[in-house]
Design a protein around this ligand. Structure first.
Ligand code: XMP
Ligand code: MG
Length: 193
């Protein structure tokens, strides 16, 4: 699979994003006065590597937590299956998501987290498909704008695979054909019991 965004470009940009995020919070009066930790919430599973690399480059105080959301299919709206353990009332939230595509996932998460009455909520995404992302979904920190292609790697998966790749690649038609053929061959040669 050919890289769309190399490991080196990812790490360089994430370093810059950490600098932008640090600068934003260090300019907030509440942060200067209280040094209260920002509650960084990663969206499982796609955001794990991005969040791990980003938070280790931040110098502000943070608390880390996660939420899990399932996208069963493009026709059904996403469902939150696990909320963060941290109390979010009056907290300052920084939400970390892998990709902003149609915006349905972030719309759902924003709605749900605002119910908890946080003092502030900022959203950070590694990737955004600007041709598809709706104007009403506000993201505050964006790593890369990418073309409207299905991408894998660095947390993003195809049928649960390729998350561990250290770079982001476009999932091509040839990749699809090659893997479906391998799956058929495996099914033919493998019998349980
Ligand atoms: P929406 O459309 O709700 O998408 O903004 C957000 C979620 O859908 C998944 N997604 C992708 N996963 N390659 C992937 O591996 C992609 O190109 C892609 N586009 C959307 C992802 O889980 C994201 O959180
Ligand atoms: Mg996701």
């Amino acid at each position: 699979m050919e890289a769309l965004i190399s490991e080196q470009s990812l790490q360089t940009r994430i370093g810059d994003m950490a600098w932008e995020i640090d600068r934003y919070y260090k300019r907030q009066e509440w942060y200067r006065n209280t040094q209260e930790p920002v509650v960084v919430i990663g969206v499982l599973t796609g955001a794990i590597f991005f969040m791990a690399d980003l938070v280790r480059k931040l110098s502000i105080h943070t608390k880390l937590d996660y939420l899990r959301i399932s996208n069963w299919s493009y026709s059904m709206s996403p469902k939150i299956s696990s909320l963060p353990f941290t109390k979010l009332c009056n907290a300052h939230i920084l939400l970390i998501e892998d990709i902003l595509d149609t915006g349905e996932t972030l719309r759902k998460i924003h709605r749900e987290l605002y119910w908890e009455k946080p003092s502030s909520m900022k959203t950070c995404v590694l990737l955004r498909k600007p041709d598809k992302a709706p104007a009403d979904i506000v993201v505050d920190f964006v790593g890369f704008d990418i073309p409207d292609e299905f991408v894998v790697g660095y947390g993003l998966d195809h049928k649960g695979r390729y998350r561990e790749m250290p770079y982001v690649a476009v999932w091509s038609e040839e990749d699809e054909q090659r893997t479906s053929k391998n799956e058929v061959d495996r099914d033919k040669s493998f019998h349980c019991g």
